[in-house]
Ligand binder design. Structure first.
Ligand code: PLP
Length: 285
């Protein structure tokens, strides 16, 4: 089955899906994106992802390309046309097409909207979660507005590649004060020796993950204590457990950090329980 993309008003085969070379996303990374998990063909936490999208757009003064209701329909239709049962739907909105000039284009320039969707392999994802993953750490050299889900991801790309070259799944960014901020495409969590969950507070220094929010609710329902604060690399090395969260990975146990075993070097019970319970707290649409 050939995949279908939505591009500015049309559903087209992916191999023919294209944007103008003067699209500001292509020229300047002048745009934002969202990724939702699709489970059983349904969107997970769509409302929260759409709220974050609206915020990202408003912070960058990019207009919504259509009404929220129309966008919701396009997401569903893209999922349907690609027959996604378990996977992701990706959407990207840019400031539109205009002759190349750094400053904003003329008012009224239409923003561009692209939506794609694809199946992921549930069995291999579950396998990965059962085994746990390795992370490395890299300096956080990103700009100061990483709370905006911008498509400008060069530091994240380089961090992920460094992880891959070292046989790891994810790279955790470490800020100038020696604190972990987040992963290149996920939020970072640890469980302290006394069983408390710790993840960095969400200000402008991290992306406020939708999965992070739902995991916090899941943790509360399990009676776990959560501290939203910065934690150091030393605390991470000494943690009893560690894990990462994102829409496509849900909760993924971390078993090594920079080659050092976390706890006993196997996925921990808290991460496993949060992963198992997650979808009881997520919203399905
Ligand atoms: N942090 C970064 C830098 C990300 O790119 C992502 C997801 O792509 C996340 C955190 C997790 O966010 P969410 O749970 O909304 O997928």
């Amino acid at each position: 089955m050939s995949r279908i993309a939505y591009v500015n008003g049309r559903y087209v085969p992916l191999r023919h899906a294209a944007v103008n070379v003067e699209d500001r996303g292509y020229q300047f990374s002048d745009g934002v994106y969202e990724v939702c998990e699709v489970r059983g063909g349904r969107l997970v936490d769509e409302r929260r992802h759409m709220e974050r999208l609206a915020r990202s757009l408003s912070e960058l003064r990019i207009a919504m390309p259509c009404t929220p209701a129309a966008l919701s329909m396009i997401l569903r239709e893209t999922v349907r046309r690609n027959r996604v049962r378990w996977g992701i739907v990706y959407l990207q909105i840019t400031r539109g097409v205009a002759r190349r000039d750094h400053a904003f284009p003329a008012p009224g320039t239409a923003p561009s909207l692209v939506v794609t969707a694809r199946n992921l392999d549930l069995a291999s994802a579950e396998n990965l979660a059962a085994q746990g993953v390795a992370v490395i750490t890299v300096p956080d050299n990103r700009w100061e507005r990483v709370d905006i889900k911008s498509i400008a991801l060069l530091p994240n790309v380089l961090a992920k590649q460094a992880a891959r070259e070292q046989g790891a799944r994810e790279a955790w960014f470490v800020d100038k004060s020696g604190h972990i901020t987040e992963g290149s495409s996920s939020n970072a969590w640890i469980v302290t020796a006394d069983g408390k969950l710790v993840t960095r507070h969400a200000d402008r220094g991290i992306l406020k993950g939708i999965t992070r929010g739902v995991v916090a609710e899941t943790a509360a329902s399990q009676g776990l204590k959560l501290e939203e604060r910065s934690f150091t690399l030393a605390e991470a090395y000494a943690a009893r457990e560690a894990f990462i969260t994102s829409a496509s990975q849900i909760v993924l146990p971390v078993i090594t950090i920079d080659g050092q075993a976390v706890g006993n070097g196997t996925p921990g019970p808290i991460a496993k329980a949060l992963r198992n319970d997650f979808h009881r707290h997520a919203e399905f649409a």
